[in-house]
Write a protein that binds this ligand. Structure first.
Ligand SMILES: [Zn+2]
Length: 511
């Protein structure tokens, strides 16, 4: 079953690939020799952790999702490893709205024709088993421009369903899925089907989040299946069995070295989300980023480089990324203005081992689409691209739109950067030439599935990108001059992030 298909890869700009050229000389920091660290961070070191994460998933119902025991066991394992290396480990626990499927949702057309339709429950769907007439709600077929269909956005869209069990058939469009679902429930419908809007890129099986609990089962389906249900008076059966808990707890793991540095007010936060989706063990997403930064943390101490640190490095293993970057949001929101100003940079590693990988670098300077990160992000991007260029490894920018854990950091003006090896998106022929691998195949065809296991990795990707990540951490920690002056960092704002959270629900679309 495929879920939440709109992860970071959806925003990759394949039209603007380039073999990374050095940025203008003025933005170039003095190179830092990180070879000790990149040599020490090995594939085997990272694989040891990845195997352990697989074992943890095996022992815990096949997943490591936040709010479930597999994540807690992952936190315990990483914490004990970090402590062995001398880190002071802090656990930051917070409450979040948990939801998962206990059984796969089903959608069956009963009349005029009996057939099974591919479906998936939307996040925070209610539980139920409903058979009844299907009522099309203000549909636009064929659709107009993407994101304009008003279906279900107004209470007045819904005719009185009458006394019999009733199913609302709603089209994706101009308001959140959650609004459509709540309107259907309020109008007296017993279940809702939301189908994709119909334009190019909006035709496949619809997955997404309702943003909060809804009392009726709400399932997604493709545009074609939605149109077929609407074509003739239909009856259907919708089933969903979910678990929703608004007060579930989960934990960010934060590790610091108890050691003085030259610039204690320039903290480098190196992050990766440790949680998986509930559907699988999450070895690539994001065991790979987690194993990588754990290995960097260990080797940073072991090689003695930590003793030469110019600025503190804080390693963060975020929770509940898969529920909307919730751990990273919680962390940034919990910082005072003064503490935000002390974060020099955020480095983020969310998937570096995709089997059919690309070498994407977050587009800090906005060269691909004009969507630059906060001042300083261009310099961070350049740390990665210069390194990869030097190693004769092609890279490409991936749009910096905040759809991973760096999101809350850039929202308050903290510069950020990182790497990404690709998710469910399809590798183009041009990319296959650039990065190797197979054109026409997903970067990670097990993305967010049960098969994202220990076999779902490219050791070459882990080798190349793992070293690039180590180089970036080493550079930011050890650079005497720093990448950018104080003027760059003063931008951190005291902005409240609460309202923004809804718009940044990470891997799952809200509308
Ligand atoms: Zn991820």
């Amino acid at each position: 079953m495929r879920r939440a298909l709109y992860c970071t890869a959806a925003v990759i700009l394949t039209g603007s690939l380039f073999v990374s050229a050095p940025a203008d000389a003025t933005s170039r920091p003095k190179p830092v020799d990180t070879s000790k660290l990149t040599r020490a961070v090995t594939v085997n070191g990272q694989l040891k952790t990845l195997r352990q994460l697989q074992v943890i998933a095996n022992r815990n119902d096949g997943n490591r999702a936040s709010g479930l025991p597999g994540h807690e066991a992952s936190v315990a394992y990483i914490a004990s490893e970090l402590k062995k290396s001398g880190y002071k480990v802090t656990k930051q626990t917070f409450t979040f709205p948990f939801s998962r499927d206990l059984e796969a949702a089903t959608l069956t057309q009963l009349a005029p024709e009996k057939q099974t339709i591919e479906t998936v429950a939307m996040d925070y769907s209610g539980t139920g088993d409903v058979s009844g007439a299907v009522t099309p709600i203000n549909l636009v077929i064929p659709p107009g421009e993407a994101g304009t269909t008003p279906s279900g956005c107004a209470a007045s869209d819904f005719p009185d369903p009458g006394p019999e069990p009733a199913i609302a058939l709603i089209q994706r469009g101009s308001c959140d899925f959650g609004v459509k679902a709540v309107n259907a429930e309020d109008a007296g419908y017993d279940a809702a089907i939301i189908f994709n809007e119909g334009q190019e890129g909006r035709q496949e099986l619809l997955t997404g989040t309702l943003g909060g609990p809804v009392g009726i089962p709400v399932v997604g389906t493709s545009y074609d299946d939605g149109v077929a249900l609407a074509a003739a008076p239909s009856t259907a059966r919708v089933t969903a069995r979910t678990e929703v808990d608004l007060n579930r707890k989960t934990t960010n793991l934060i590790a610091d070295l108890p050691r003085k540095t030259q610039h204690p007010d320039q903290v480098v936060v190196v992050g990766a989300h440790l949680d998986s989706v509930a559907e699988g063990p999450g070895v690539n997403d994001n065991g790979s980023g987690s194993a990588n930064i754990l290995e960097i943390a260990k080797q940073y101490v072991k090689t003695g480089l930590a003793k030469k640190a110019q600025r503190p490095v804080r390693f963060a293993f975020w929770a509940a990324e898969e529920k909307g970057l919730l751990g990273a949001y919680h962390y940034v929101e919990s910082l005072s203005d003064a503490q935000r100003d002390k974060i020099y940079a955020n480095l983020n590693f969310d998937m570096i081992g995709s089997p059919n990988y690309a070498r994407y670098v977050y587009d800090g300077d906005g060269s691909s689409d004009g969507n630059a990160g906060p001042a300083g992000s261009a310099e961070i991007e350049n740390v990665f691209t210069s390194y990869l260029t030097e190693k004769k490894l092609a890279s490409a920018p991936t749009s910096f739109d905040g759809r991973s854990d760096y999101g809350p950091f850039i929202e308050v003006g903290i510069p950020a950067g990182g790497l990404f090896s690709g998710a469910e998106g399809i590798k183009s022929a041009e990319e296959a030439t650039l990065f190797g691998g197979t054109a026409g195949v997903a970067y990670d065809s097990c993305y967010h599935q049960a098969c994202d296991d220990i076999t779902n990795l490219s050791t070459r990707a882990i080798d190349e990108l793992g070293d690039a990540a180590a180089h970036s951490v080493g550079t930011l920690a050890l650079s005497k001059t720093g990448l950018y002056g104080d003027a760059k960092r003063k931008a951190a704002s005291s902005k409240k992030l609460g309202a923004a959270k809804r718009d940044a629900l990470g891997h799952a679309p809200t509308r």
